[in-house]
Design a protein around this ligand. Structure first.
Ligand code: DQA
Length: 148
């Protein structure tokens, strides 16, 4: 099976963008760590886009291929109702979507306190830096085993 690890706007700059906030690991480093941690037979497909339409297309693809998703929606988290609806398409199809944030947005500025994605996500992991992606993959691996 394949797991889609989808990343929203500005996350291509991970490692250089506000390293004091987001850490020094790049998205390539995240992809390597995930590939190394993936259970046998699980392919991890890490993608990033600044484009809401592209991200929504990937979620439709996940629903159609029944691929579990690890999703860091970045700033779209806070205002994209289109992303909310697309995540709902996936989770109501019985395919899990784990929302991940490097930081704990609830502990940051006012506009970050709300996630329009969380109400339709399977679960949320926030505040543990890059480890959050690994924690999410660990759960997805267990889910895949349980789902057979
Ligand atoms: C983020 C948190 C968001 O508020 C922010 O817009 C991001 C990254 C995180 O991973 O902590 O771009 O999703």
């Amino acid at each position: 099976p394949r797991v889609l690890v989808l990343n929203g706007p500005n996350l291509q700059r991970l490692g250089t963008r506000e390293p004091d906030v987001y850490g020094t690991a790049s998205l390539d480093d995240v992809a390597s760590a995930l590939a190394a941690a993936a259970p046998g037979g699980v392919e991890v497909d890490v993608r990033q886009t600044d484009d809401e339409a592209e991200l929504i297309g990937w979620l439709h693809e996940a629903a159609d291929s029944r691929s579990p998703v690890v999703l860091n929606p970045a700033a779209f988290t806070h205002y994209s109702y289109a992303l909310h609806d697309a995540v709902r398409v996936v989770t109501t199809a019985g395919v899990p979507v784990v929302e991940v944030h490097l930081t704990n947005p609830a502990a940051r500025g006012a506009f970050r306190r709300e996630s329009v994605v969380s109400p339709v996500a399977t679960g949320v992991i926030a505040g543990f830096g890059v480890d959050g992606y690994l924690l999410a993959l660990d759960w997805v691996g267990k889910h895949l085993t349980a789902a057979g």
